[in-house]
Design a protein around this ligand. Structure first.
Ligand SMILES: *Cc1c(COP(=O)(O)O)cnc(C)c1O
Length: 398
């Protein structure tokens, strides 16, 4: 049993939000690392993990990193984001992409999500670029503060892909880099293609609570050989010469270890099963909860094949008998882990001072959203228990 944040154990008898499933070749591959002495930040499993991921995503290059956040940091650097530039980020997401923008000295601009699927709203992105920005000598600038706008980082939220075609069009038209934050959505498909192959770069995470975990880890994926080479260089201390230790730039120690990659290889082998299981969990919730007063489950867009990484509902406190907060307390009292979505970033004390563009839906969704237990290993009886608590709390009937 693990906690939702870190994959650390939770109390016995508690139904966890999402715990990893480690019953495949993980032991065998880790033992191989120990037996052969390949435990550090290079080795056959690192190479294989990168290769396996390129195969899964359908990209040419992948560079393994110590975390998804590190992947985002380096992706922004190699995309050419400079200090004082601006990068468009959805308001409703885990904070990591916004933090990564600050690591490079640039600024996030928070753009709203759309109401149907909770993903970055391409219409508002377009409006921001058209109305709030202007061209000057071949570059795009924010009219309000004069900063150069350099990139868009859409986040495929909760296992569901963003609508990429309009975002790609906007990136082309406004000459911006597109970096997909696919950290929550490995295995998801956009119009029959894996997420992570459309942007200039894409980032994945293998944190303890993600669908595929290495304990902690990340990956940068790209079709561009030069970007991949630069990412590899920066994640390995920008080493020019490994014998005499000549370093060409300020680099980072961001390489994934062989032990972690070994776990990742075993996990990736089971990705299809994981996704099938997550989709089954989501559809069971959908069937049981969809008709309850004031409760709605996540929809899947016509362009989407979602992994349903975390099954998340909305509870309209005016129509259901409880609001989201009370419902969470009810679950907690009976040993069921649930979790609200993240504080919308335009409200984050950590990012005060960043511009927000018409972030309304993000607030509405966040006020009502609650993620339910969604572990790959969630037992049917446990899911029935979760459903029964919810039905009782909102005043519906099974
Ligand atoms: C998990 C996550 C990350 C960062 O991944 P870590 O591996 O935890 O650093 C980045 N962006 C989003 C949207 C995430 O959910």
């Amino acid at each position: 049993m693990r906690s939702e944040q870190t994959g650390a154990p939770v109390r016995e008898g508690v139904i966890p939000l999402s715990e990893p499933s480690l019953g495949g070749n993980e032991w065998k591959y880790v033992k191989e690392c120990l037996d052969t002495g390949w435990v550090s930040s290079s080795g056959p499993f690192v190479d294989r993990f990168e290769r396996d991921l390129t195969g899964r995503v359908g990209v040419r290059h992948a560079v393994a990193t110590t975390s998804g956040t590190a992947a985002l940091h380096v992706a922004l650097l190699v995309a050419g984001v400079q200090p004082d530039d601006e990068v468009l980020i959805p308001a409703l997401t885990f904070i990591a992409p916004a933090n990564a923008v600050r690591y490079v000295g640039a600024w996030p601009v928070f753009v709203d999500v759309e109401r149907d699927y909770w993903q970055m709203d391409p219409l508002k992105v377009r409006d921001f670029l058209l109305r709030e920005c202007r061209w000057h000598e071949g570059a795009l600038y924010n009219r309000t503060n004069g900063r150069r706008v350099r990139a868009i980082v859409p986040v495929h939220l909760l296992g569901h892909p963003c609508d990429l075609v309009p975002l790609v069009d906007l990136a082309r038209r406004f000459e911006l880099r597109l970096i997909e934050d696919a950290t929550q959505s490995l295995g998801a498909r956009y119009r029959d293609q894996a997420v992570g192959r459309v942007g200039d770069l894409a980032c994945f995470s293998f944190n303890g609570n993600k669908l595929v975990t290495t304990g902690g880890g990340g990956m940068i994926a790209t079709n561009d050989e030069a970007l991949a080479a630069q990412a590899r260089y920066l994640t390995t201390q920008a080493k020019l010469d490994g014998v005499e230790y000549v370093h060409g730039d300020i680099g980072y120690n961001y390489r994934l270890s062989n032990v972690q990659a070994a776990i990742g290889c075993a996990q990736l082998e089971r990705l299809d099963d994981f996704v099938a299981e997550k989709r089954r969990i989501a559809s069971t919730y959908g069937d049981a909860l969809g008709a309850l007063p004031g409760v709605s489950t996540m929809a899947e867009a016509p362009w989407a094949w979602s992994t349903y990484w975390l099954s998340t509902i909305r509870v309209d406190g005016a129509r259901a008998r409880v609001d989201r907060r009370k419902l969470m307390e009810r679950f907690e009292a009976v040993g069921v882990q649930t979790r609200p979505l993240w504080q919308p970033l335009h409200r984050s004390p950590a990012h005060r001072g960043a511009q927000a563009y018409r972030c309304e839906a993000a607030d509405e969704i966040q006020a009502e959203a609650l993620s339910l237990p969604s572990s790959v290993g969630l037992r049917e009886a446990d899911q029935r228990r979760v459903i029964a608590v919810l039905v009782d709390a909102v005043g519906g009937r099974l």
